[in-house]
Design a protein around this ligand. Sequence first.
Ligand code: BGC
Length: 410
Amino acid sequence: MSALPSGFLWGAATSAHQTEGNNVASDWWAMENAPGAPFQRSGDAVDSYHRYPEDMGLLADAGLNAYRFGIEWARIEPAPGHFSRAALDHYRRMITAARQRGLSPVVTLHHFTVPAWFAADGGWLRPDAVERFSRYVEYASQILDDVEWVCTINEPNMIAIVSVVLRRRVQGGASEAVTAHVLPEPDREISDALIAAHRNSVDVLRRTTNAKVGWTVAQQAFTPTPGNENVFARVKESYEDRFLAAARGDDFIGVQSYTSQPVGPEGPVPHPPHPDNTLVGSAYRPDALGIALRNAWEVGAGTPLLVSENGIATADDDQRIAYTQAALRHLEEAHAEGIDIRGYLHWSALDNYEWGRWEPTFGLIAVDRETFRRTPKPSLAWLGDVARRGGLPPAGDTPVPTLATGGTHP
Ligand code: BGC
């Protein structure tokens, strides 16, 4: 199999709200702390706001060369038009700290959370949403001059899906959890606003930085079930492809893949119970990464790809290693077919706040939430070894832990 390119990014990813703690000016903080909210609170999260040097040190020492993290709009613009120099300086220190440790920073400007004031006035449906976001991006661009990779918006399709879930919940309807396997159709107006915001920010960032600019798209690796090819085509278009197509000509598309989901007559089919299902209830499908890469390559019309998230919610670290090894085999196959893949960033660096819940653990590093003590899991050293070699050893060379159930999927 042909070697991955030199300069390939091997890293791990986090977001600001899920790790920093006390993101008090954000809409998610307001939701979590509303009386009777059906969420666990993020609280101190894992205190990465203060402990990022340690987090980065662990990743670099393991052998990784990239770290994807977010900067938080709600901290940088806590009140409309009032920008915090101190918050921006904090993120500049993070960028410098990553570079000093040999980690290429991959910086996300918006990862699900927005300032509470932005949300209170309609969020992405505000008439000035695109302008407000662009103004924030312009301000943030001051610290990005030596950053090579910038992601404008994380998973716009998931934002447009989750907004529907949250609206239904506020209206007293459904009680679905905010998880990736319960998927109402993305809100069309919000999708359009996010696409416009992305396009505007790409222009701003191309004018103000030298960074490679893109956004990341959640991919469910949808597959058709017999007789439902038309529903499949419609679902794939509205849930994912329009967001991939909107990134054509960007410097990269961030591929985010966890599982694969069949599409039936009513749309995406919920994952049936299975002993190998992950802690968020999704099917164990490391092969999803290959499906996602091929789809993004085709719909993105040859825009380079960066795997910006791939991982598994499990309490069993052997299962995490087995999943990641299998996913990387699928990545290497896609690369051998000629797909331009620039890096692999594992979700997540740390066990962190999983949007309303603490139980699903995705991390390469465990965190004691009382003491904030970090304990690297064997999967971190394993991924670091892969990074040092520049890819997986040839199949059969290294024993990989097998799943208790044997696993049912490739
Ligand atoms: C998001 C992360 C999330 C992860 C696991 C992605 O949709 O970008 O914030 O924690 O999936 O559910």
